[in-house]
Write a protein of this length. Structure first.
Length: 512
């Protein structure tokens, strides 16, 4: 485990340092020399400390090198067209993000043997689907970093580059040349997504339909700015965007269904993996969803082969895998960082909080054991309501504490109602997801010829989502519910995470 931590921490440190603090190759060469120095010490006097130091420094150099490779220059054939009115033909590669006043789509274009992806901001009509071949025209620009109202700098250019987007067309004109071919998998998944959302529109009123779509497959465009801000300020924004939590709920459903169907272990793992791929493809393959799906796939593999599954090792392995694939996730995708922090909190902090609650006899005495690896093991006793609320409190508090330093650094938003709001809402989210899925399918099946039947089947989803809306609105309306702080320094966020890591490691070895 220590060697894996050294590898992942070193690689991530190298990616982070290269992304934000230097661009030349000299620091990388210097780090390689330090790695060699540690390696020499380990050869002369074999000690684990020297070996870990050598591995850590070598992985720092490798991470910085990977980040340098990802930091490619703009394609020359397109860079020459900057600030000129252009017209390209290309293929829409992502489901358009339809907003109140416009729609945003990523279009892959090719010119002079070079390909790139540009973000086109166009009118809401005509309706465009992923896979369509289009003609797009407008003034070609490079995305710029900008400062928000609180003085924080957001690297919008790097945020788009993590998806391969290097250029923008504001006020673009888009004309569909040909529709997506019938065999296009992304287009087929997008059709399923839109059919589901139309099914929700047929059975639920707004904003309930938009919230139902958000908690099942992500997306919050129909909620409106005011309601979106309510979810942000109440600390509940994770339920209206495609997050790792949504994916893990679906994974749990899949695993439970496979156990119920009594398929052979390997076949059930294959079916579960396919279901996760389809869900992530329909909902949108964000970094947080991919991370959660990869961890769920590791769990399915462990179940299929009978091997032990350690959540901490799985998280570290997935982080390494994703940063090797796309190092821009680390420094320029806030969702990825928040997802990793929340998952780490659930794995390493939640058991500590549960043990503390048991020692203090808060919420009653509960039987639970914490393994040395940091995973929760079920007690042989029956699971009581006290167990449920203790677990809910521990997981909610752990996730909120883990993401707080990063959230303050990224947004400055401090929600004083986040913990109680999550406590009273999160146990009902899986139920709301299930009812919302039923409402969407009911609208798809009965919306055209038996609309009343679809509305009746969607009534539980209406009640569940109204409850979520009620909690978000009422908690924000409380006095002193949330504050926007001055820019939170990065060194203070690092200090906070160093303290949390120290606490988790000390408590882990205390209970081992």
């Amino acid at each position: 485990m220590r060697m894996l931590v050294a590898v992942v921490a070193g690689f991530a440190s190298g990616v982070f340092l290269r992304s934000l603090f230097f661009t030349s190759w000299w620091p990388i060469i210097f780090i390689v020399l330090i790695a060699g120095l540690f390696g020499g010490f380990a050869y002369v006097r074999p000690r684990l400390t020297y070996s870990l130091g050598a591995v850590f420094c070598l992985c720092v150099a490798l991470g910085a090198t990977r980040a340098a490779i990802a930091d490619s220059p703009l394609p020359a054939s397109f860079a020459n067209d900057l600030h000129h009115h252009i017209s390209y033909e290309g293929v829409v590669v992502s489901d358009p993000d339809v907003r109140d006043a416009n729609q945003r789509m990523e279009i892959k274009v090719t010119r002079a043997g070079e390909s790139t992806i540009l973000l086109a901001v166009a009118p809401r009509y005509p309706e465009i689907m992923v896979g369509d071949r289009v003609n797009v025209s407008g003034t070609l620009l490079v995305p710029d970093a900008f400062q928000d109202d609180n003085g924080r700098t957001f690297r919008y250019d790097k945020y788009l580059q993590r998806d391969g987007v290097r250029f923008m067309l504001n006020f673009a004109l888009v004309r569909v040349e040909s529709s997506a071919p019938w065999y296009s998998l992304p287009a087929g998944l997008a059709r399923v997504k839109h059919a589901f959302l139309h099914g929700l529109d047929a059975t639920l009123p707004e904003p309930t339909a938009s919230l139902a779509g958000g908690i099942v497959i992500g997306g919050k465009s129909g909620l409106g700015t005011e309601l979106q801000n309510d979810f942000v300020k109440s600390g509940l924004v994770q339920i209206i965007v495609l997050s790792g939590y949504n994916v893990m709920v679906v994974a749990e459903w899949v695993m439970a269904l496979l156990v119920f169907t009594k398929l052979r272990r390997r076949w059930s793992a294959l079916v579960g993996a396919l279901a996760l791929f389809i869900f992530v493809g329909i909902a949108g393959a964000s970094a947080t969803a991919i991370r959660a799906a990869l961890m769920a796939l590791i769990a399915l593999y462990a179940r299929a082969t009978g091997r032990s599954y350690t959540a901490g090792r799985a998280l570290l392995f997935v982080i390494l895998l994703m940063l090797m694939w796309n190092p821009l996730y680390l420094a320029f995708d806030p969702g990825f960082g928040l997802s990793v922090a929340a998952t780490a909190g659930l794995i390493w902090l939640a058991p500590i909080i549960e043990t503390w609650l048991e020692e203090k006899r808060f919420l009653g005495v509960v039987r639970s054991a914490v393994s040395p690896s940091g995973e929760m093991e079920r007690s042989q006793k029956s699971f009581s309501p006290t167990d449920f609320w203790k677990n809910a409190f521990a997981t909610t508090l752990a996730a909120q504490v883990a993401v707080l330093p990063l959230l303050l650094y990224d947004t400055g938003n401090l929600s004083l109602v986040a913990i109680p709001a999550n406590l009273i809402i999160m146990p009902f989210v899986p139920l709301a997801m299930g009812f919302s899925a039923l409402a969407g399918f009911a609208g798809m099946l009965f919306g055209s010829f038996a609309p009343m039947l679809g509305i009746v089947l969607a009534f539980p989803a209406y009640i569940a989502n109204q409850y979520l809306l009620f909690v978000a609105r009422e908690t924000v309306a409380l006095p002193f519910a949330s504050f926007t702080l001055l820019p939170f320094p990065f060194w203070l966020a690092l200090l906070a995470y160093a303290a949390l890591i120290y606490l988790a490691s000390v408590k882990r070895y205390t209970h081992s």
